[in-house]
Design a protein around this ligand. Structure first.
Ligand SMILES: NC(=O)NC(NC(N)=O)C(=O)[O-]
Length: 384
């Protein structure tokens, strides 16, 4: 975690989990471009071959014997501002693509792309090329100029590129010069929904990734990251939630309260910026898959933070490498609530305190453990 660029904590805007989709690829001979968007790490299939060659977990095109290069178009699952990219060449050693560039565009939803239902072993037809070339007009802006990539060994496979642009994009075009393979493409950024399309009065999940929610700090993510809490759909496994380490290294994990009830003094927390400022009316806390390791209880607090305050909170301190938000004026929306194993917990208006509109929330679990999803249904109070 320590040496990674900070943008890896942002949402992967092209991951299949958020609806990322490959719309076109010039060539899918050895392995299809859809593999780029898988959430898991690329695997190596020792000794396994398909009709097209060595079975590879990534996007791999054939060796070019003609001029040109290979490229594909990917629709972002959520439109947004791209802050950084990781082109992971894992397991592609003698066949990784030596150079890439990335372009981005904000396309209208009516653009049509050829059918990709049987991409494996295929190559785009002349007709399709012609169609796609029409998209290569002024819409595409280079966000990463041509850069060399490193071979896919464990130590060298990650190729990080940061991007300095505040523009909102809907699509990217990945160019591989001239051909070869890349295992995974992660496109990290801030989701920017089109708020003008959303009914101001409807109840929306203000922290959902597709509505622009983002995790800005946390105490610990030993097993998996709190940014998973706000992704679409219910979690598939424990790894798809937020799970912290056991709090064995802290003093006084358990104390006896005056009423004879055990009190946990240790806690883990995660802070989220909402997609838009709003009032929370309903909360769902899901402990799906956390059975022997669900937290004893949780609270949800809210406050209004400026951009500068958020940045200050994110500043790493030696004992708080992922930020420290304690000095802000947090007020409880959901007071301490007991949790149980592997279950959706719903809290409606009467269980919550209306503290007015908030921009940020802090989810605290005591003393540690795992939560899989957090939904904060509310109404936006102003557009960002
Ligand atoms: N051994 C290989 O991986 N060869 C080829 N690639 C696949 N996937 O078969 C190639 O030429 O890059």
């Amino acid at each position: 975690m320590a040496n990674l660029p900070s943008f890896v904590n942002l949402t992967d805007l092209v991951s299949r989990k958020v609806g990322g989709e490959v719309l076109f690829a010039t060539d899918d001979w050895f392995a299809v471009a859809e593999n780029l968007l898988k959430e898991d790490e690329p695997v190596w299939w020792e000794g396994e071959f398909t009709d097209f060659g060595k079975k590879m977990d990534g996007w791999e095109t054939r060796r070019k014997r003609i001029p040109g290069h290979d490229w594909c178009i990917i629709k972002l699952g959520i439109p947004g501002v791209i802050r950084g990219v990781d082109a992971n060449t894992r397991h592609f050693t003698g066949n990784y693509t030596p150079r890439l560039s990335i372009q981005a565009a904000c396309l209208t939803p009516d653009v049509e792309f050829p059918d990709r239902s049987s991409a494996m072993g295929s190559k785009a037809t002349e007709e399709q090329f012609e169609e796609m070339k029409k998209l290569q007009t002024e819409s595409w802006e280079e966000i990463i100029p041509m850069k060399p990539l490193r071979s896919g060994t464990e130590e060298t496979c990650n190729n990080y590129f940061s991007i300095d642009s505040e523009k909102r994009w809907t699509h990217i075009r990945l160019n591989m010069f001239p051909d070869g393979g890349i295992g995974r493409l992660r496109v990290y950024g801030d989701a920017k929904p089109n708020w003008s399309e959303i009914d101001q009065n409807s109840l929306i999940d203000l922290v959902a990734v597709e509505n622009g929610g983002v995790c800005v700090g946390f105490s610990d993510a030993k097993f998996c990251f709190p940014k998973n809490l706000i992704t679409k759909e219910r979690s598939v496994t424990m790894a798809d939630g937020w799970e912290t380490a056991r709090q064995r290294d802290r003093p006084a994990i358990l104390e006896m309260g005056s009423d004879g009830v055990l009190e946990f003094t240790s806690r883990d927390w995660a802070v989220f910026r909402l997609g838009t400022k709003g009032i929370i009316e309903r909360i769902e806390v899901d402990t799906n898959h956390f059975k022997g390791n669900y937290p004893d209880s949780c609270t949800v607090e809210g406050c209004v933070l400026t951009e500068q305050e958020e940045k200050y909170g994110q500043t790493a301190r030696p004992d708080r490498p992922h930020g420290d938000f304690d000095s802000f004026d947090w007020r409880a929306i959901l007071p301490p609530a007991k949790l149980s194993a592997h279950k959706r917990h719903h809290y409606r208006k009467d269980a919550l305190t209306n503290i007015g509109p908030v921009t940020h929330i802090r989810l605290t679990m005591k003393p540690d453990g795992g939560i899989s999803r957090l939904r904060l249904w509310g109404r936006m109070s102003s557009r960002i």
